[in-house]
Design a protein around this ligand. Structure first.
Ligand code: ATP
Ligand code: MG
Length: 651
């Protein structure tokens, strides 16, 4: 019988809002939910512990290891290389190769960050040691070494790598969604089916550790993690003891007192102590019991005096297993093997194993498909890229050829000293040398053919010019000689020997035009010799430029952000440039007038010959003007009159 007289509330004291249930007066144990209700919402935080200056030895080690060094399973370190890491930068490997998503938590050893790796674009958890590592401490890499030595298991948090930089230890591992402690805080007592699954997962993890002669020594909800698929994993290998390593056994530390087996207070941790810690963890998850860290209630749990009310709603099977695991005598406690053979577990284990394996398989399929996709893309680019680049090269050369034909006459020393200069001029005037945007119905195939004469590539307007082209019309100006070349190479009619061509030129060209041309070439008079020098200079430049493969022009255009689309019609470009078009001289009329003795010579303003691309530059206009002046003097000698002004009209 409980004496209630002690518990009576004095009349002068206001009763608290949350009265502790009477049943708890007998037992200091309570659930976390009950404790939460009786705890004030605000509690002054504990004062921060003032840190003293780190020992000089630690500082020295910090300056010793500046570059990141990866830790090997033997405990040695090697330089850490990564295609992303640049040691010249004043940033650590961690800062350069990982993008921090959030800070997950902070433990006694270190701070844990959720990060995204820039090397493989996957998410990881990285634990960074708070303290600078003591270089001469034998167990400085114990956690890493033990984690690395452990064979992989689906119920252990996966280890990726660990490195040391600037005296700090970084441990990269699999990122889990939350810890069991977080889940228990959110949901309090978990459903029994979930408890069975957690127990099975953890038993398998602990069994794997024990099979490898290792003791976890710190099993608690805070060190148990859950993935997004609900798979439970054991993590935090900071206190793991390798029973084969005498140093580990000698330097074994106690785990969290809340989950500590009673025998560890006076002795060393063992596999049985791990079973006890696991038992307390399952008890907490199943009953929402607020596990005490010391005092009477601590002993109460270890003596098996847990009130029945905490087991309400829990099956006898599960209660029996929990109580067996919490046996105060280590020898009575079951092993992992024995527990896995229990009825309640055996019934569920195959289903749970199947689920965990399927999750693992799906995960590895996703991983492999990512790798395969990456490789396929790489292979595709290796195979397709050469073909694509060949097509692009071909197209660029066609464009360059056309541009060269169209723009070579423009390249006079007066207008542009180089092709780069020309490209810059185009860029400044906002004209794309490869712009076909205003050309109608130009098929790609037409442009692809490099030997198609240019007059076939232009619009209707220009075709009209072609129709009106006189077979006798051979460019007569010296400045148009490159045009003659391009015309002769492009026209099958004119692909003939130079002698035959000159004969045909003689027979077909009107005498007056022939004389002008011959005079020009002979260099009669000062003006003509000047013209001839200019012509020769131009020919040299053109020859020079023709020997190029037009790469410079294209590169210059690309440098000016002019994206090649296709070959441009020159006439459009001329129109955009607002260039003048040269008048066309009808020499037949001159000859007729000469024959008939008619004094008046008509100079028809026509659209220029398609090949007379000299119209697009001032220099070429001036050469046409020179031509016209020559004609004028010839005509004057003959007493002819120039009917119209021979200056170039507006195009
Ligand atoms: N792999 C992980 N995925 C997700 N969260 C993690 C992971 N590892 C650690 N955490 C979180 O970081 C917190 C601290 O991690 P951890 O327990 O490893 O640090 P610790 O310094 O060893 O702490 P303690 O010694 O107190 O256990 C944990 O509470 C946990 O919530
Ligand atoms: Mg921990």
């Amino acid at each position: 019988m409980v004496d209630e007289s002690d518990d009576s509330i004095p009349a002068n004291i206001t009763p608290p809002i949350y009265v502790t249930p009477r049943v708890l007066r007998n037992s200091p144990l309570s659930t976390k939910r009950e404790k939460q209700k009786s705890t004030p919402l605000f509690r002054r935080p504990a004062p921060k512990v003032a840190k003293t200056a780190p020992p000089m030895r630690s500082l020295h080690s910090q300056f010793q290891i500046r570059q990141p060094r990866i830790i090997t399973p033997s405990g040695a370190t090697e330089p850490l290389h990564s295609p992303i890491y640049n040691k010249e930068k004043h940033l650590t490997y961690f800062e350069q190769c990982f993008k921090i998503s959030s800070i997950i938590g902070k433990g006694s050893f270190g701070e844990v960050f959720a990060v995204k790796s820039m090397e493989d674009s996957r998410n990881y958890a990285i634990k960074v040691s708070i303290q600078v590592i003591r270089q001469n401490c034998a167990s400085k890499y114990r956690e890493v070494e033990n984690h690395m030595r452990l064979p992989k298991h689906s119920n252990l948090v996966e280890f990726v790598k660990a490195w040391e930089e600037g005296g700090r230890l970084y441990i990269q591992q699999e990122l889990c969604e939350k810890s069991l402690l977080q889940l228990c805080m959110e949901r309090h007592a978990l459903p029994e089916e979930m408890i069975w699954n957690i127990l099975i997962d953890l038993l398998k993890a602990v069994d794997h550790l024990h099979m490898n002669d290792m003791i976890h020594d710190d099993i608690k909800p805070d060190n148990i993690f859950l993935t997004s698929k609900g798979v439970c994993k054991l993590g935090d290998f900071g206190l793991v003891i390798n029973l084969k390593n005498k140093n580990d056994v000698a330097s074994a530390e106690e785990g969290d007192s809340k989950y500590l087996a009673p025998e560890v207070l006076n002795g060393a941790p063992s596999k049985a102590s791990d079973i006890f810690s696991l038992g307390v963890t399952i008890l907490e998850a199943a009953t929402d019991l607020d596990i005490p860290s010391n005092g009477e209630s601590w002993h109460q749990i270890r003596n098996g005096e847990i009130p029945d009310r905490f087991f309400v709603g829990i099956s006898v099977e599960l209660r029996f297993i929990i109580q067996w695991m919490l046996s105060s005598t280590p020898s009575i406690r079951p092993t992992t093997k024995e527990l896995l053979k229990q009825n309640g577990i055996r019934r569920r284990i195959w289903k749970r194993t199947l689920y965990v394996k399927s999750v693992e398989l799906a995960h590895s399929i996703a991983d492999w498909s990512f790798v395969i996709t990456t490789w396929l893309m790489a292979l595709f680019s290796v195979v397709v890229y050469p073909a694509l680049s060949a097509i692009c090269d071909r197209r660029a050369s066609i464009c360059a050829e056309t541009v060269s034909k169209q723009h070579t006459p423009i390249q006079t020393p007066e207008t542009s000293s180089s092709r780069l200069g020309f490209a810059k001029t185009l860029a400044a005037s906002n004209i794309t040398p490869f712009d076909y945007s205003d050309e109608e119905n130009v098929s790609f195939q037409r442009r692809l053919f490099p030997l198609i004469p240019r007059f076939q590539m232009d619009d209707d307007e220009d075709d009209e010019d072609e129709d009106t082209r006189n077979d006798n019309e051979l460019p007569t100006s010296s400045s148009n000689s490159s045009t003659i070349d391009s015309f002769t190479t492009s026209s099958p009619i004119l692909r003939e020997s130079p002698i035959r061509r000159s004969l045909r030129f003689r027979s077909e060209t009107p005498p007056s035009a022939r004389r002008i041309r011959e005079n020009n070439h002979r260099g009669s008079g000062d003006y003509n010799s000047q013209q001839r020098r200019k012509y020769e200079r131009m020919r040299r430049i053109e020859a020079c430029m023709d020997s190029d493969d037009n790469d410079e022009l294209i590169n210059a255009a690309a440098a000016e952000n002019i994206m090649p689309q296709s070959c441009p019609p020159l006439l459009r470009s001329c129109r955009k440039l607002n260039l003048q078009r040269a008048p066309k001289l009808n020499f037949n009329l001159l000859d007729n007038n000469e024959n008939t003795g008619n004094d008046k010579i008509e100079i028809h303003h026509q659209r220029p010959n398609r090949n007379a691309k000299a119209t697009s530059s001032n220099s070429s206009s001036s050469s046409v003007l020179g031509q016209t002046r020559t004609l004028r003097s010839t005509a004057a000698r003959r007493g002819a009159l120039i009917a119209e002004d021979s200056s170039a009209d507006e195009f």
